[in-house]
Design a protein around this ligand. Structure first.
Ligand code: BES
Ligand code: ZN
Length: 883
């Protein structure tokens, strides 16, 4: 079934072979760009002057443009000795498929300088890409309109004709013509405003001119116009930082301002380069396709990642804000100042920003132990990378749709995991020195992956290229087998092979390029009563032997859990580790559980052995470890019949009981840290949902009432957990109350929680209301795909969600942002019923998703892993529980 998508056969970088790439005959050096959006009419008009270097004489200039009309195009030649005089006029031809405009001049432009002038028009679309329209309802109940941009990956060409390729860096001088009562911002600081006319109602039209940007890629250009407010600027080492948001929401901006100031200082220091913009705005946008976007100086966000009330938010919600702000600000260097040459190298942007996001959050709130939670990201990467249909981190990109498909868990989470592994292998200080060298050398420029190895090798003298390339250019990852010889002093023997999930009778052919060997930076810790010994070694194709100190009582073959590999222990080694859990760090314990669960999905261990291992964690106190344990148990709960489930619930109750008793029922402001508080919420939810604990359900009902009465009166983690529990068992009356509350709330975290809780209802009639709500006007198109994704994962009603999606497919694909369709479909990964799986597979085969073809194949393959698990385990695991 899942074969690897054949890598592009043409050379993606060759304009002669790849019709999506622009000819290299001319290069833009600077754009002077004027845009005038009409918010009421949802249109815009623009004109631009582009200073060009003509590198090869040509009478045809080809640039990108799509869904815009070019009304006029002329060129003036500045080349020395060339005749001056009248500008040359071009005939314009647009090619929709390749998203290009060809300007045909009556005479060739000679080598040298030329100036192009274009007039154009377009529509402010509602698909959240290019130059688009977003709306919100203000305090007085009036609908207000914004015009805003989202250019990455290849949508700048929808806002203005341009050389829309990341290595065509240019300076942008932007002017926005707007009613003077609206805020207008762009990448650089405002220079001047000039009145240019009168509007109805006594309003004045002004031209707002912004300073020149640094040379940068088109995908980073931003314009935002609307009824917005900006906070007073905070000075961060001479650069003004503000939060910008829809009017009426400024009371939620303080936290982001604090985080932004921290991140900007921390990251300037980390990179050892002054922030390259002249100001920084963090802008909350009501309708936003992604999480956030790193436009230089004008970072845009979904509201929930900037507007937050720290008093009523859970740690997870606050951490998401800190993460996303750190991530985007890290891009000001990694991405904006130094940019990949082409989209195949997008991991250079995204993996690093993800890595830096952890580093920055960890510095902001060390007590959050951000790297312990990173285990969850690493698991997400493993979960796709264990499939035959995985891909290498760096992967050929030919078309815009290919570029869209690159923003996935392999680019972000696997990429960041590999970076983390390298950092730990080289040592954090040497690693940072190497990155500083790379940044300093390539600032304002474009790079390829090999430039990074060069800098790291020059700095450290280590064989970075050899190690890193085995991870970046090959899909999949290894399982490291650890064997201890039978006698006391015999060395450990370590070997590798590719780790794979089991897909039962749907097993695919072996991957084409993913079988390794990988160059695995091993960290092996051996412990006896007196000391712990850490061995670092590179495991290549050949097995490796490592001596064990005398009296070794346990061995951890992924010390620190930084390695992007799974460990499979032979014989008594695993038992020995489980006997010494207290000596491992939280993320090491996390990865022990995670590996145990993965071996169940691989068909190597039975589900019963996962439960038996999990039951060794009664003394566990870490939130992420519990999350992983509960995640596995929750999956197993779906596989067995009611009787067996009862028995499983009893065991879960026994497992979590002691931990709940240690924590006590209520948050304790004296002794609780944030992780403890969120653990208390998680365990309440687990006891109620997986432990059949009636008292926990009653408690949840009380907490929910208290929260609905006054969100400030309840610990946020308990409130969030209670909401999930009550929704799961809720009736129509509760559904209606939650929907009401969702509509009325203007707090982004609150709204998100309420909305996703609606996907939890077990009562079919309530669940059906949730599905209908997703397509009603009450849910923004930025949110509905994620609601439907969660609905697909509903334990009892996933099949209904699937039928609903299939029935409304054309509406879904027409209205929702293009990038969200494959994300919505990721919900099918949870399908465990063979008949439904077959139906789902046939459906996606008939309804291809161009921007996410590979992603969808991965979801389908992962779905068959779930089906195979169910078919292997439901009887066997049921019998184990009864036995
Ligand atoms: N550059 C991306 C935004 C983006 C994603 C543009 C996909 C085009 C396609 C941005 O830096 C980003 O990574 N955003 C994430 C959130 C982030 C904190 C992980 C997103 O939007 O999911
Ligand atoms: Zn990013």
């Amino acid at each position: 079934m899942p074969e690897q998508i054949p890598p592009a056969r043409i050379d993606p970088h060759d304009p002669a072979a790849n019709p999506y790439r622009l000819p290299r005959t001319v290069r833009p050096r600077r754009y002077d760009l004027t845009l005038e959006p009409d918010l009421e009419a949802a249109t815009f008009a623009g004109h631009e002057t582009v200073a060009l270097d003509v590198l090869t004489e040509t009478s045809e200039v080809v640039l990108n443009a799509v869904e815009i009309e070019i009304d006029e195009a002329t060129a003036e030649i500045q080349a020395e000795g060339a005749p001056g005089g009248e500008p040359l006029v071009a005939k314009v031809a647009l090619d929709e498929e390749t998203e290009r405009a060809t300007l045909a001049f009556e005479r060739p432009l000679p080598v040298g300088r030329a100036t192009l002038r274009l007039q154009f028009r377009g529509v402010l679309n509602d698909r959240l890409r290019g130059f688009y329209r977003s709306t919100f309802v203000d305090d007085r109940g009036v609908e207000r309109v914004l015009a805003v941009t989202q250019m990455e990956a290849t949508d700048a060409r929808r806002a203005f004709p341009c050389w829309d390729e990341p290595d065509a860096k240019a300076v942008f001088g932007v002017t926005l013509v707007v009613p003077d009562d609206l805020l207008a911002i762009s990448n650089a600081a405002e220079l001047e405003r000039t009145p240019v006319g009168e509007l109805s109602g006594g309003r004045t039209k002004v031209a707002v001119r912004f300073a020149d940007t640094m040379p940068m890629s088109t995908y980073l250009v931003a314009f935002v116009v609307g009824p917005l407010v900006a906070t007073d600027p905070v000075d961060v080492d001479g650069k003004p930082l503000r939060v910008v948001c829809p009017i009426g929401k400024e009371h939620l901006a303080g936290y982001a301002l604090e985080v932004g100031a921290f991140a900007l200082r921390f990251l300037s220091d980390w990179f050892d380069i002054v922030y390259p913009g002249d100001k920084l705005d963090l802008v909350a946008i009501p309708d936003f396709a992604f999480g956030a976007m790193e436009n230089l100086g004008c970072v845009t966000f979904r509201e929930r990642y900037v507007l937050v009330d720290p008093e009523t938010s859970t740690q997870a919600e606050l951490q998401a804000v800190v993460d996303v702000i750190g991530h985007e600000i890290a891009h000001m260097w990694f991405g904006d100042l130094v940019t990949m040459k082409w989209w195949n190298g997008i991991w250079l942007n995204e993996a690093f920003a993800t890595f830096m996001e952890m580093t920055c959050t960890d510095a902001f709130r060390p007590d959050w132990q951000r790297w312990a939670d990173f285990g969850l990201s690493r698991s997400a990467a493993f979960d796709t990378d264990a499939l035959e249909s995985t891909r290498p981190i760096e992967y050929p990109v030919v078309s815009p749709a290919d570029a869209d498909g690159m923003f996935d868990v392999l680019t972000y989470e696997k990429g960041a995991s590999v970076v983390r592994m390298l950092e730990q292998h080289l040592g954090p200080d040497r690693f940072r020195a190497g990155i500083r060298r790379y940044m300093a050398r390539h600032q304002y420029g474009n790079t390829e992956t090999s430039d990074l190895w060069d800098a790291l090798e020059a700095e450290t003298g280590e064989p970075v290229r050899r190690i890193a390339e085995s991870w970046i250019f090959h899909g999949g990852f290894p399982e490291v087998g650890v064997e201890a010889g039978s006698d006391e002093g015999s060395p450990l023997r370590l070997s590798q092979r590719r780790f794979r999930y089991a897909t039962g009778d749907r097993a695919g052919e072996a991957g084409t390029d993913g079988d390794g060997p990988w160059s695995v930076p091993l960290a092996v810790e051996s412990c006896n009563d007196a000391t712990a010994t850490l061995d670092r070694a590179l495991l290549d194709g050949e097995p490796l032997e490592i001596e064990r100190p005398a009296g070794t009582s346990w061995v951890n073959a992924n010390a620190g859990a930084h390695g992007f590999y799974r460990v499979r222990y032979d014989g008594s080694l695993l038992g020995a580790l489980l006997d010494h859990l207290g000596e491992l760090t939280p993320v090491e314990r996390y990865s022990l559980v995670d590996d145990a669960w993965a071996l169940v999905l691989a068909g190597v261990s039975p589900a019963s052995s996962f439960v038996a291992s999990a039951e060794r964690f009664v003394d566990e106190s870490d939130r992420s470890v519990w999350e992983r344990i509960v995640g596995g148990l929750g999956q197993l709960d779906r596989l067995v019949d009611d009787d067996a489930a009862q028995r499983l619930h009893t065991r879960v109750a026994t497992l979590v009981g002691p931990a709940r008793a240690r924590l006590g029922p209520d948050a304790d402001p004296e002794s609780d840290d944030d992780r403890t508080r969120s653990l208390r919420g998680l365990l309440l939810q687990t006891a109620a949902l997986l432990g059949d604990d009636v008292a926990a359900r009653d408690r949840s009902a009380e907490l929910l009432e208290a929260y609905l009465a006054d969100p400030r009166g309840v610990d946020p983690s308990l409130a969030a957990a209670a909401l999930v529990v009550c929704a799961t068992f809720g009736d129509e009356a509760l559904h209606e109350r939650l929907v009401e509350r969702f509509r009325a709330s203007d707090n982004p975290q609150d709204r998100e929680r309420l909305l996703l809780a609606l996907s939890r209802f077990r009562k079919p009639s309530c669940f059906r209301r949730t599905l209908d709500l997703a397509l009603s006007g009450a849910v923004r198109t930025q949110d509905a795909p994620y609601l439907l994704r969660e609905a697909l994962g509903n334990r009892d009603n996933g099949a209904d969600a699937f039928e609903f999606i299939a029935e409304h497919w054309s509406e879904i694909t027409e209205r929702f942002p293009a990038n969200s369709i494959s994300r919505l479909l990721s919900g099918i990964r949870a399908v465990r019923d063979r008949a439904l799986a077959e139906r789902a597979e046939a459906f996606v085969a008939e309804h291809p998703v161009p921007q996410g073809a590979l992603l969808v194949r991965q979801h389908v393959e992962r779905m068959w892993v779930t089906v195979a698990l169910a078919e292997r385990e439901s009887a066997r695991f049921g019998a184990y529980l009864s036995g």
